[in-house]
Design a protein around this ligand. Structure first.
Ligand code: CMX
Ligand code: CO
Length: 147
């Protein structure tokens, strides 16, 4: 069951500049940052709120690490802006299979590793009314060390 907005993914060309915009404009601080080479992104997670079910909601600021990455290609075509939305679930495997059985393309056979040790998969935007949609199961609390 999808229980929350886990994050909104925002593509940018300059992560440091974008982080500074969110800090100076809204007061949001970086909760976590990492490079995910498989996804081709350098990212910063800004925590917006806890949800009371052990999860939280974030903004995920994404800067491409290489020109052939999905985010780099998207930026070239669209410019900076909202790239995807992500729903949180305790069971990304089960929810992905259930959604696949409804005829929506799930992009990965098995979930992959996302921010903070989470497990993620994506639904094709062309099957979701133009919205690239991610499903996320957070790592168990304590499984990921913050830095
Ligand atoms: N939102 C909405 N539509 C999108 C989109 C997006 N983010 N990205 C691509 N599309 C649309 C394109 O506009 C295009 O539509 P048209 O044919 O009408 O022009 C169509 O989808 C195909 O786009 P493309 O540019 O040819 O791109 P690809 O098919 O190569 O890739 C996708 C699209 C969804 C398969 C790819 O972006 C993908 O695998 N995404 C999942 C992984 C990802 O986004 N990783 C980065 C974030 C990591 C994280 O969140 O942790
Ligand atoms: Co994401």
């Amino acid at each position: 069951m999808l229980t929350r907005i886990d994050h909104i993914g925002i593509a940018c060309r300059d992560l440091d500049k974008t982080v500074e915009f969110y800090r100076a404009t809204y007061g949001f601080e970086v909760f976590h940052s990492e490079v995910n080479e498989e996804q081709g992104v350098r990212e910063a997670m800004l925590k917006i709120n806890d949800t009371g079910d052990g999860g939280a909601s974030y903004l995920q600021l994404l800067e491409p690490t290489r020109p052939d990455s999905t985010v780099a290609k998207w930026l070239e075509k669209n410019g900076e802006g909202v790239h995807h939305i992500a729903f949180g679930t305790a069971d990304v495997d089960g929810d992905a299979e259930a959604i696949r059985s409804k005829g929506v393309r799930v992009l990965y056979e098995q979930p992959r590793i996302g921010s903070m040790g989470s497990r993620i998969t994506f639904l094709h935007p062309k099957d979701c009314g133009g919205v690239l949609t991610e499903l996320v199961t957070s790592a168990e609390p304590g499984a990921h060390e913050e830095h």
